[in-house]
Structure formats: C-alpha cells, structure tokens
Design a protein around this ligand. Structure first.
Ligand code: ATP
Ligand code: MG
Length: 562
C-alpha cells in the first residue's frame, strides 16, 4: 500500500486562483457543478502567444474539470474582421492541440441582442443619444467628478424606440446617433456612465452581409453571448476588470444566466510587442514578411519557426496565471522549446561558416561509412551512415590560430575528435593573400575511430564536420529578436515601438549539410549538432532546402535562474 503524505490542504495549494474558484463552485454545486469556458477571439488578426496562454487556460480548465470549451468569434466590428482571420484562428487552436466543443459567432446573436436592446428601451433603461462621440466623452468627465447628463437622456422612450428602429432600417448615417444604457452618470466607474450599447456602421459583415447596419458594442455582446451559451466561468484579461460591473449589470437587469467573469494578467514577453494592432502594422508596413514571419510572436510565426505545440503548452503552464501584469522573459519560452526539441529533434551535422580541412595522411580517393546516432535521447530514432573522406568541412570558429587558454577546439599542434570519426591533429594552415585561412591541414590517428571498442585516447574537444565529397548546400536563416528593447511597448517620448526594430533580426547564410536528411518534410525539426535547433521552412524547393533557426543551444534562462 502506498501512503500519500500530502494532506488535501497541501494539494489545494498547488491550484491557481481560477482553479480554486472553480473547485469551490463545484463543491457548492453552482451551475449544477458544470464547468463551461470559452475562448473568444475577435477575428481581426492572427493569434499570438498571448492568445495561446488564454487558449491553454480555457481549454485546459475544461479538460481538467470534465467540462466544455467553446470557440466563439467576437465578430461585432465588421470593418476590421475577415474570414482569413477566422480560418487562421481555427487552424492555430487545433495546432496547439485543442478541439472546441462548439463553434459560435457573436453575430449569431445579433437578433437576440437587438431584442434585448428594445427591452431595455421599453424599461426606460436605454435611450438614443444624438450627441457627437466627443460630447459623449466630455459628458463622462472624470472618475472623481460628477458626469453631465446628455440632453437626450430623458427623451420619451417611444422616441428612442422609433429612432432605434430607424437606425436598424438604415435611415441614419454612421455616427449620427447611438443607443446608450441609462445607468449612473456619477458612477466612479466610467464604464457605468451610460455606456454605449449600439452604433451605426454601414459596413458589410463577413457573415451577416448587409443584414445589419447597427452593431452591438463589445460590452453589450460579450456577456450576453457568454450567457446564451451557458458559460460558467468567463475568463478574460485584467483590463476587463473595470468592465465587470457592466457585465454583471446587464446579466442581472436582463435576468439571464449569469456567468462569472474572472480576470487574469495578460502575458507580455520581453523584446516583443503583442497587440494585434501593432502586429498588423508590422505586416502592413512590410517590417516582416507576413503574419507567419518566424520572428513574429504569432502562433503561425512561431510554428513556422519550428516551435512545437507541446513546448508552448508547457510554457503556458510554467508561467501560470497571475493577477498582476508582468513581463515574462523570452528566454523562458526558448528554454521550453529547447527542452522539448532535445527529446524529439533528429540530429544532423551542418556547417554554417565552412572552412576546408584536409587530412594529409588519409588515403587519397578513399572514403568510408561511419555510423551516426539520429537522436541520443530516443533509441527508436535509430542510426544513419555518413561518409568520411580526406577532405571535410568544419566550422570556421572551431579553429583558432592563436587560441586563448582553455580553448579545446582545433589549433596548431592540438588534437580534437571529429564527432563519430577520428582524433585529428592540426599540422598547418594555408592562407590566401589577404591572410584568410583557406585550408587547415591535419593528420588523423587511424586507431581512434569512434565506437571501435578499443581503449580510446581522450581529447578535450569534439567538433562536427561534413564530408567535402558528400554534402549539400542549404539556406539557413539565423533569427535574432525582432526588437532591441526589453519593453518596446514602452517607447520613450517621441518614439514608437517601430523605432526599436532590430535591423539585424535576420542573417541568412549558405550552409553545408549532410547530403541526405532522414526526413525533408516542411516543419521537420533538426538539431544541427553543437549549433541549435533548425526546422525546414515552407520556402524549400526540390533544389534547395531552407532552414529556420528555431533556437540556439545556449540556454540563457537556465543560466540566469540556476
Ligand atoms: P490584442 O490586444 O492583442 O489585440 P485582444 O484582447 O484584443 O488582443 P481578442 O481577440 O479580443 O484579442 O482576445 C481573445 C482572448 O484572448 C481574450 O479573452 C483575451 O483576453 C485573450 N488575450 C489576448 N491577449 C492576451 C495576452 N497577451 N495574454 C493572455 N490572454 C490574452
Ligand atoms: Mg479584444
């Protein structure tokens, strides 16, 4: 019999604050013990890693508590929304490993929302305001001052009803009037000072076409959509905390199912901007190749870069849910992908900055097949044969003519092991007229073949190589951060985030790689031994492979957090 020493109280500690709320609700049989969450993106851009956090949270809670999670498109602003975005959002959620129980659109509820608006007018809880947007804002004054009522606030409700119907019938131009709730012009919460419920927008909607020319505001659509779907826990980011009284007021006033809104801190990443508006600007102004540029923090970008969905789920789990905004270090995300790819990525040898190495005492014209391990972390990955020859390529910075102390790679008179092959010793170098090294000449010790079983001499350094008689070229894209500043959102005066774009965020090199890779499918991840993780880009052709560097092997997160 095993003994579990942890008391229930201790187990509880490991719950995050949202799980605590949910478990309490289950104990109290609130909502008949049901758990039903939703992920509610507005289809006005591609999803980013912050959304991934919200997806993992909402779908994860549904899984954990045997509940459901809907995918709902918050499509109440036809001028910014597109079908392309809807499709990309679905693809991204599924790629992350989640499947929604139901797919809904706020636009499915336009008629119901309209009916609720009529109900509020009839109950003298909403009115048509013909002030300009500017005057409406002015009337709200400031939180510590009383508001100024609109001159239209007390118009007869029949008049509001008639105008609202005319608005719907398209009889009034954009911006000429709005429907406002009549709540409290002196509330310390500005969102309660007669919030706007409906606006006129003569714009075609990607789903409802020209059926409507009035559209509900976020606050009038979101909570009621949650309510209609029977959502129990409506999880959103902190900036909506100030909207919660309005969310609650609407559910109560309309006497409809009342989900509980719970706020958590949004994910911010260092050296990254995350708002869709800014990401759209990067795309539209061609600072990047598109939404799926591997330098973008979009899910499609990091997917193309070679991140695995598992690594993102682990990342989301590791950062947990916080109640206060903070910035997560990009190196933590990189750490998560490195750990994951270490287990999965096939190994291969590649040279990013090649220099020729000649083994003087290796027989002319001879080659041999050596055995290389495809993944030391995964026995099932098997082994492959690689060709060894008199001439090979090595990495230029694996050689130093005048090395400092503790340099264990190749230098004149020094020995290193060639991975999977032999120990070699540097004898001389050949230079061009500018003094650049063009050839490194070595001798090898035939008795030191890797895996030959004989008692081997040991040397301190091992370097990788590719046969100069059996290789292929590939384009390799070395990415760096897209921004030079830790918090590009926080630009100093007179600057914007665009001023912090890293001019060196991309370096492309022509690399030398093993001639035959185990798989050449797009998205296949490799560890280029000693260099990092790289994945095959969709720009690859039959003639030329293109790789994206997902992440280098150096783990700065581990170093900082040891
Ligand atoms: P952005 O400000 O980037 O445009 P948004 O909040 O307008 O994002 P939505 O499409 O409305 O984007 O977001 C869908 C869901 O994802 C919302 O519940 C939102 O709170 C959540 N979300 C958005 N950004 C983040 C983030 N950085 N961290 C965690 N959750 C986020
Ligand atoms: Mg939004």
């Amino acid at each position: 019999m095993s003994i579990n020493n942890s008391s229930p109280a201790e187990e509880k500690k490991s719950l995050n604050f949202i799980e605590e709320i949910i478990e309490n609700d289950i104990i109290n049989n609130k909502n008949d013990g049901r758990v039903h969450t939703r992920f509610p993106p507005e289809p006005n851009g591609y999803l980013h890693i912050g959304h991934a956090k919200s997806i993992c949270l909402n779908f994860g809670l549904a899984q954990k508590y045997n509940g459901k999670c809907n995918l709902r498109f918050d499509d109440t602003n036809p001028t910014k929304e597109e079908v392309e975005y809807v499709d990309s959002i679905k693809e991204d959620v599924q790629w992350l490993g989640f499947q929604w129980d139901d797919e809904f659109y706020a636009s499915d509820y336009f008629q119901q929302l309209y009916d609720w608006a009529i109900q509020l007018i009839n109950r003298n809880l909403a009115y048509i305001d013909e002030q300009t947007q500017e005057d409406i804002s002015k009337g709200r004054t400031a939180p510590n001052k009383p508001g100024i009522e609109s001159p239209y606030r007390n118009r007869p409700m029949e008049e509001s009803l008639k105008l609202f119907q005319e608005m719907k019938e398209g009889k009034h131009p954009d911006g000429s009037m709005v429907l406002r709730a009549k709540i409290d012009m002196n509330s310390p919460n500005m969102h309660m000072r007669d919030p706007i419920l409906y606006r006129i927008l003569h714009a075609e909607h990607h789903r409802t076409g020209n059926e409507w020319c009035i559209y509900p505001m976020y606050d009038f659509a979101h909570g009621q959509s949650d309510s209609i779907e029977g959502i129990t826990h409506s999880i959103c980011t902190l900036e909506f905390e100030v909207h919660r009284p309005l969310y609650d007021w609407l559910c109560k006033t309309l006497e409809i199912h009342h989900p509980q809104q719970i706020e958590f801190a949004r994910l911010n990443l260092s050296y990254t901007v995350m708002s869709k508006r800014k990401l759209l600007q990067l795309v539209q102004e061609n600072h990047v190749w598109g939404w799926d540029d591997p330098r973008m923090p979009t899910i499609s970008g990091i997917r193309r870069r070679g991140y695995s969905p598992e690594s993102i789920r682990v990342f989301a789990d590791t950062i947990g849910v916080a109640k206060r905004d903070n910035i997560i270090d990009l190196s933590l995300l990189e750490h998560c992908v490195r750990e994951d790819l270490n287990k999965k990525a096939l190994r291969t040898m590649a040279i990013l900055d090649p220099v020729k190495l000649i083994i003087n005492n290796y027989p002319e014209g001879e080659t041999e097949e050596l055995e290389a391990v495809n993944n030391p972390e995964d026995e099932n990955a098997g082994k492959r044969k690689i060709k060894f020859s008199k001439e090979i390529w090595i990495e230029r910075d694996d050689f130093m003519e005048n090395p400092p102390k503790k340099y264990f790679r190749l230098s004149p008179g020094n020995e290193v092991r060639l991975k999977y092959a032999y120990i070699i010793k540097c004898e001389s170098v050949v230079k061009d007229k500018n003094g650049n090294i063009t050839e490194i000449h070595c001798t090898y010790d035939p008795d030191t073949k890797s895996g030959s079983g004989t008692q081997q001499r040991r040397v301190k350094g091992t370097i990788h190589w590719v046969s100069a008689e059996d290789y292929r070229k590939a384009e390799v894209r070395l990415f760096d951060r897209l921004f030079t500043e830790y918090d590009p959102d926080n630009a100093e005066e007179g600057k914007t985030f665009l001023d912090y774009i890293n001019p060196d965020s991309l370096k492309t090199v022509e690399a030398i790689i093993e001639p035959k890779l185990i798989s050449e499918e797009v998205m296949q991840s490799y560890q280029f031994e000693r260099l990092g993780y790289f994945s095959i880009d969709k720009d690859s052709t039959d003639e030329k492979l293109v790789f994206n560097r997902t992440v280098s092997l150096r783990d700065s997160w581990k170093r900082i957090n040891k």
